[in-house]
Design a protein. Structure first.
Length: 276
């Protein structure tokens, strides 16, 4: 009788052991199930955020959705047989933060729907925008143009050379300078000629640029920083002063309105579960 009971227990426990031993791993962009390329719908975490999506033969296929802690959509990543097609990033309130069409275009918005920046990845043209929607700073090939909020050109540079836009340089008694256009002050220059400050049409500081450090800072009309950086790296900010978007060493990072980084890659995948 004991021998029969032992055989019965072994027959019952072996399948349970086999079912409980499935191992899921994510390596080099591929999900593995017991060392084989996995197919199915999986749930996992990227950093601290719950993520869900379909994989076929180990590769993402369809929409991969990443969620905020409250369950609202943070990001949608679109794939076809492992090929990355586009991204959509959302604020907690459901407003679109960014759209990215691979190798073609990226648009970035504030949580009130205002367009902040746009990048044409095919032509290399990039634009940032004033709070009223007019262009602020446009880079198109070798030409860079700064506008005030009324769409008036403050300066234009092409191939490193300043284009004549009808401005006049006026030296003041204290050794500093003013730049005038149509008898209006559009910029001020320090006595050493190292730092230039461009102005809004109503006199507020719009942008400062240093020829020594190469640093540039752009301001909202209320004086808060909109952008700070140089020719290679930069940070953009929300109107509340918290960092919004960062470009550093050819990599970009987004942050929500509370200052938390929105993770957009699969480098930190944990807690993989197959749900379908």
């Amino acid at each position: 009788m004991k021998k029969v009971l032992l055989i019965f227990l072994l027959v019952f426990l072996i399948p349970l052991s086999a079912c409980g031993g499935v191992k899921y791993e994510f390596r080099d962009g591929v999900i593995y199930e017991d060392e084989k390329e996995a197919t199915g719908t999986f749930e996992f975490k990227i950093g601290k955020y719950r993520t869900k999506g379909k994989f076929v033969d180990g590769l993402p296929d369809g929409v991969i959705e990443e969620y905020y802690e409250n369950g609202s959509i943070m990001m949608k990543k679109f794939f076809s047989n492992g090929k990355h097609l586009k991204d959509e990033i959302y604020y907690r309130n459901g407003q679109l933060m960014s759209t990215y069409l691979k190798d073609k275009r990226m648009d970035i918005f504030y949580d009130d729907g205002q367009l902040v920046m746009s990048f044409n990845l095919q032509t290399g043209k990039s634009s940032s925008y004033h709070e009223n929607g007019n262009p602020l700073f446009v880079i198109a090939g070798t030409k860079s143009t700064l506008y005030n909020e009324n769409n008036e050109i403050l300066f234009e540079v092409e191939n490193g050379e300043l284009i004549d836009t009808g401005t006049i340089l006026k030296e003041l008694e204290d050794g500093t300078f003013e730049i005038l256009k149509d008898n209006k002050i559009i910029a001020k220059v320090d006595a050493k000629g190292e730092t230039i400050t461009y102005l809004y049409s109503t006199g507020e500081k719009l942008m400062t640029s240093s020829s020594v450090s190469g640093d540039t800072e752009i301001f909202f009309k209320n004086g808060d920083t909109f952008f700070k950086g140089d020719s290679e790296n930069g940070k953009w900010f929300y109107k509340n002063g918290k960092i919004f978007y960062e470009f550093y060493k050819s990599k970009w990072r987004f942050f929500d309105t509370e200052g938390n980084q929105i993770l957009s890659n699969f480098d930190e995948i944990t807690d993989i579960k197959k749900i379908d």
